[in-house]
Design a protein around this ligand. Structure first.
Ligand SMILES: [Zn+2]
Length: 290
């Protein structure tokens, strides 16, 4: 494989259009969970499948994490998006059905949470197809949103997602407002709802048995999240959360997340929405202006 390293913007998407949020809101908050379960541990490291304690980090999702997160969303009356690998939906069908029954959005998150790689296009496309098939057979849903497993993407994959009926992506880290990707061949570019890496709970609350690192406590993370949210709110952007039930469904982190979301809810001018709602709002504005 040779690489084109010529100087150019590596994301050719045009600038984000000015955004007006619904009902006079100043900013938006997108509560997104990645329901990786065991796929986080076996997708890129298949040999872990025979390591029951390693994969039990992910097993927390089905045994405790998802249920606690759903309780929290119910208590706060928040609808969220649950990006769910196909493998998770098949392995843990009953608990995944409760996410759907509670009225939350199910998003596409690959099949086995494999990092998409540009030099293995067939594998990358197969992950997309199998993810759709599994979500259809386990839950009867055809998602319109996609978050890249292991947070990676490339032009051919964006085009394949658009052709497959995906309308928005939520993986990129290059803006604070939704924007539209450059056209994918004959297809219109996907809407991107960019994420803020400061809101990926994995950074603070998950370690690894083989290369452990310290975790961050409640005060450090709550302060960081409130400050980052306040600043994004002041700029009128979207605060996109990248949460995992196997992290934020843990007891202390569950309370931390509750405190943060309660703080968000003290503001009258924040629109808390699912990815699909934000993408549809973007599309409406886009249509009105063109
Ligand atoms: Zn994930």
């Amino acid at each position: 494989m040779t690489y084109d390293l010529s100087p150019r913007p590596l994301n050719p998407a045009p600038a984000a259009p000015a955004m007006t949020w619904p009902n006079g809101a100043r900013s938006a908050v997108f509560v997104g969970f990645d329901v990786d379960a065991e796929t986080a541990w076996i997708g890129n490291n298949p040999s872990n499948v025979d390591r029951m304690v390693t994969t039990s980090h992910g097993g927390y999702d089905a045994r405790v994490g998802i249920r606690k997160i759903l309780e929290l969303m119910d208590e706060l009356a928040i609808k969220a998006t649950f990006f769910t690998p196909g493998w998770t939906a098949l392995a843990h069908r009953a608990i995944c059905e409760t996410m759907l029954a509670a009225g939350h959005e199910i998003g596409h998150h690959g099949y086995l949470h494999k990092l998409p790689e540009r030099d293995k296009l067939d594998e990358a496309f197969e992950e997309i197809d199998r993810g759709f098939e599994a979500l259809q057979s386990a839950l009867g849903v055809r998602p319109v949103g996609y978050r890249a497993p292991s947070g990676e993407n490339f032009p051919e994959l964006l085009a394949y997602l658009a052709r497959s009926g995906i309308r928005y992506s939520s993986s990129f880290r290059d803006d604070i407002l939704p924007y539209r990707h450059a056209p994918h061949g004959a297809d219109r570019g996907l809407v991107e709802i960019p994420v803020n890496f400061a809101f990926d709970d994995w950074n603070f609350g998950m370690s690894s048995r083989s290369s452990s690192r310290p975790l961050f406590g409640r005060d450090a993370v709550l302060r960081l999240w409130i400050d980052e949210f306040e600043a994004t709110h002041a700029w009128g952007g979207v605060t996109t959360l990248v949460l995992h039930p196997q992290v934020s469904g843990r007891p202390m982190r569950w309370h931390l997340l509750r405190d943060f979301l309660r703080y968000v809810q003290t503001k009258p001018d924040v629109w808390v929405a699912t990815g699909q709602q934000i993408a549809e709002h973007f599309e409406r504005q886009d249509r009105d202006e063109n």
